[in-house]
Design a protein around this ligand. Structure first.
Ligand code: NAD
Length: 487
């Protein structure tokens, strides 16, 4: 039997009335309940007499939040709001997105994950640990919402550039899904944050009395694969073929394999590999309007050859191949990567992880980034190493010595791990760099001119890409969709 939407709203209020309605974050409106609503839903006497509009509530809360000096306090205030009045949380986030994005997302969410055990209040999202092995289907049914359209899942092993944060990685799926609603318009009730807990190798957490996860070292191999497989199967069985699963902040030794394995059977994408690639390629295409030339005219050098680095590299090669009709094996030669052992070259091929092998070009071994920059003479330098301060003065000056407008992207998160700051990029290039970073930097003034650093973060693509996938009823993600999203 189908009800009109207005009846549906009424039924929701009917089920949650009076005291429980005020404590239900999905339907609570706080002082914004009108007198009529207060009478109809048994709220009379449970609220002070004033009726306060949502706009005024946002104004009051922003005033309070702005008084907090510490970003983590702002984060906790936002989480409290999400757990008490979801409508107000989204109204505030949407109306103040530039100001609040660095709070609910990078960089503050990184600190929140590091301290998640200590600040843990009401649980958010679904925790699936090794204890749930064999009954994940039942665990999914414990979640109150049934019509799930998008799941963001992490196993917490590579949270931003902060390493293994185990179960405390939950802040990431929660934050990403808040953006699915605030930026993509997906219903909050259709979003499910999940953290898979297979243990952690982070000794500090294992010894932390407030740690909220399994107190054991990470399960690997077959035990890990079986838990993940049970989860993936249970999700499809519970929510159907069209539920979107976004992999987030898995370590690269699992991320590539999971993506390869499940992209043939599920609607999945890995945000760190594919979302990042799409948004960075979009940024490069935009930068070409200032710098000139086509993508094929440029030479790209990466510091960091993991998920983000090789994901972006491959999408650049695919786009050049599409534009020039050259085979992708050829266009990859425009792209070079440096990892922790130096430039990736053919003599290293045998010892390379599989996702690095396509980038092992013919070249003498080169140990340092500075030497690689001087040898390859890239026009574009991209940092995806997770290691801060690695774009040194010498590196930026070298880039600026043979490029009129060097493109410099410091993509590592959070801010502490950024390869260089906006100030460093502009100062060391004498104001000539085209700069963007993964976490936001404030505008910077150099010799009387104000520079606005760009933010190259997958937050600019995944909510829209995800919305497109959901609305189109897609059941698989293809590279062409990433290229279209980038355009
Ligand atoms: P990853 O672990 O898969 O890859 C890191 C790579 O950096 C590896 O190849 C490693 O060998 C290399 N590396 C480590 N130390 C190095 C050093 N000192 N010198 C040179 N290379 C070094 O991680 P990832 O998923 O690719 O993420 C890397 C960073 O990128 C993280 O900080 C992450 O937050 C950031 N990231 C940003 C975005 C964005 O939207 N801006 C998206 C994804 C990832």
């Amino acid at each position: 039997m189908l009800f009109p939407f207005s009846d549906f709203i009424f039924l929701c209020f009917f089920f949650y009335s009076g005291y429980s309605l005020l404590r239900d974050p999905h339907h609570n409106k706080g002082l914004a309940f009108t007198d009529k609503e207060r009478a109809a839903h048994y709220l009379r006497g449970l609220l002070p007499p004033a009726v306060v509009s949502q706009e005024l509530q946002v104004k009051k809360l922003m005033h309070i939040i702005r008084q907090y000096q510490v970003p983590l306090q702002k984060y906790m205030a936002m989480m409290d709001l999400q757990e008490s009045n979801e409508k107000l949380f989204y109204k505030l986030l949407i109306d103040n997105v530039e100001e609040m994005l660095p709070i609910v997302y990078t960089p503050t969410v990184g600190e929140a994950c590091q301290k998640y055990g200590s600040i843990f209040g009401r649980p958010q999202g679904l925790y699936i640990s090794l204890k749930e092995k064999g009954c994940i289907h039942e665990v999914l049914r414990n979640w109150p919402e049934k019509n799930i359209e998008v799941i963001v899942v992490t196993d917490g092993e590579r949270i931003l550039g902060l390493g293994d944060l185990g179960c405390q990685g939950m802040g990431i799926p929660v934050g990403k899904l808040a953006l699915y609603t605030a930026l993509g318009g997906v219903r909050p009730s259709a979003c499910l944050p999940v953290t898979i807990d297979v243990g952690t190798n982070n000794e500090n957490l294992l010894n932390d009395e407030y740690y909220i996860g399994l107190r054991q070292r990470r399960a690997t191999g077959q035990e890990y694969a079986e838990l993940l497989h049970e989860f993936m199967s249970a999700v499809k069985q519970t929510y159907g073929e069209k539920v979107l699963i976004q992999f987030e902040d898995f370590a690269n030794h699992n991320a590539f394999d999971l993506l390869a394995k499940y992209s043939a059977t599920h609607l999945v994408f890995n945000d760190d590999i594919q979302g990042t690639a799409s948004v960075v390629l979009a940024g490069l295409v935009a930068a070409l309007k200032v710098v000139g030339g086509t993508l094929a005219d440029h030479t790209f050098l990466f510091l960091g050859a993991g998920e983000a680095g090789t994901g972006i590299a491959e999408l650049i090669a695919l786009e050049i191949s599409k534009q020039t009709n050259m085979p992708v094996e050829e266009t990859r030669k425009k792209v070079w990567l440096v990892d922790s052992k130096g430039l990736i070259v053919s003599s290293r091929r045998e010892s390379l992880q599989h996702f690095k092998k396509p980038w092992a070009h013919e070249h003498e071994p080169v140990k340092t980034l500075l030497d690689a920059v001087n040898d390859i003479k890239p026009t574009v330098l991209i940092g995806t190493s997770g290691v801060g301060k690695t774009f040194t003065k010498e590196v930026i000056e070298a880039m600026a010595s043979f490029n009129e407008k060097p493109i410099i992207l410091s993509l590592s998160n959070p801010t502490s791990q950024s390869e260089c700051t906006a100030e460093e990029a502009y100062t060391w290039s004498q104001g000539r760099a085209i700069f963007a970073s993964g976490s936001p930097f404030a505008p910077f003034e150099y010799e009387g001119k104000t520079f606005m650093p760009g933010q190259a973060n997958n937050a600019y693509i995944f909510p829209g890409l995800g919305l497109g996938l959901i609305m189109s009823g897609a059941i698989r993600v293809h590279d062409d969709m990433l290229l279209a999203a980038c355009e």
